[in-house]
Design a protein around this ligand. Structure first.
Ligand SMILES: [Zn+2]
Length: 109
């Protein structure tokens, strides 16, 4: 996790609409795809509590696209870790996030 380069609010992911809408009716405790992908970064870094991990694991059990994303990000993390040590380019993260969002859009339609 590098320092935020964006001058805006760091709590708000860039380009993320406030409420996607149109996707309720999830099982109780089911974490949404967007949230899961955000948390994947922490998940992969081992920075989540066991409870959070359980939520993500449950999501991955039920959501094919996110399983693919997880596998993809796992591999990506290894590459990044071996090459960049402690600096992950913001551009790369953005590109990955875009790719994952695109993947989800395709699945949703
Ligand atoms: Zn998902």
């Amino acid at each position: 996790m590098g320092d935020s380069e964006a001058p805006g609010n760091p709590a708000v992911p860039d380009g993320n609409p406030a409420v996607p809408g149109g996707q309720d009716a999830k099982p109780a405790g089911f974490v949404g795809c967007d949230e899961t992908i955000e948390r994947l970064y922490f998940y992969l870094d081992g920075e989540l509590t066991e409870e959070r991990r359980a939520e993500i694991s449950r999501h991955l059990d039920l959501c094919g696209p996110c399983v693919g994303a997880y596998g993809f990000e796992s591999e990506l993390r290894k590459v990044i870790a071996s090459r960049c040590k402690d600096h992950v380019p913001e551009e790369l993260i953005t590109r990955v996030a875009d790719a994952l969002n695109e993947e989800h859009s395709r699945q949703a339609n």
